[in-house]
Ligand binder design. Structure first.
Ligand code: THU
Length: 133
């Protein structure tokens, strides 16, 4: 993974709005076309109603790119105080919407990536609408 993706996740983490969990997370994704989008977790007083850094990054990509370009090649996730934070179940499904089982998920600590998993490993037998209806 290039340093640029990790730095984007780290920078996004610094923008997190997480006064309830006090657990700031940043995520950055790179599309197949090479563009980077980053996001942070955003909480609110109705605590479970917040959303994750990965979701913010996906929303930034969808907002900026036409449909055909919304394809995720790799993702970096970085959280303060804890290495190797894996995306939650809901975010795995959201990533699967724009990725493939081969999409790489880099888990980071403060120095950079420490391990890498594929989306297929994180979400085996994912639900999909292809072939339905
Ligand atoms: N969180 C993320 O943003 N991404 C993850 O991969 C795991 C969890 C956030 C959600 C919530 O704001 C805080 O971390 C504590 O769960």
């Amino acid at each position: 993974m290039e340093r640029e993706l990790f730095e984007a996740a780290r920078k996004a983490m610094q923008h997190a709005h997480a006064p309830y969990s006090e657990f700031r997370v940043g995520a950055a994704l790179r599309t197949v076309s090479g563009k980077i989008f980053a996001g942070c977790n955003v909480e609110n007083a109705s605590y479970p109603e917040g959303w994750c850094a990965e979701t913010s990054a996906i929303a930034a990509m969808v907002t900026a790119l036409p449909k055909a370009e919304r394809r995720i090649k790799e993702v970096a996730v970085f959280a303060e105080r804890r290495a190797s934070v894996t995306p939650c179940g809901g975010c795995r499904q959201r990533l699967a919407e724009f990725g493939t089982p081969q999409t790489l998920i880099h888990l980071c600590d403060e120095d950079g990536p420490v391990s890498v998993l594929t989306l297929g490993e994180l979400l085996p037998q994912a639900f999909g609408m292809k072939g339905v209806g």
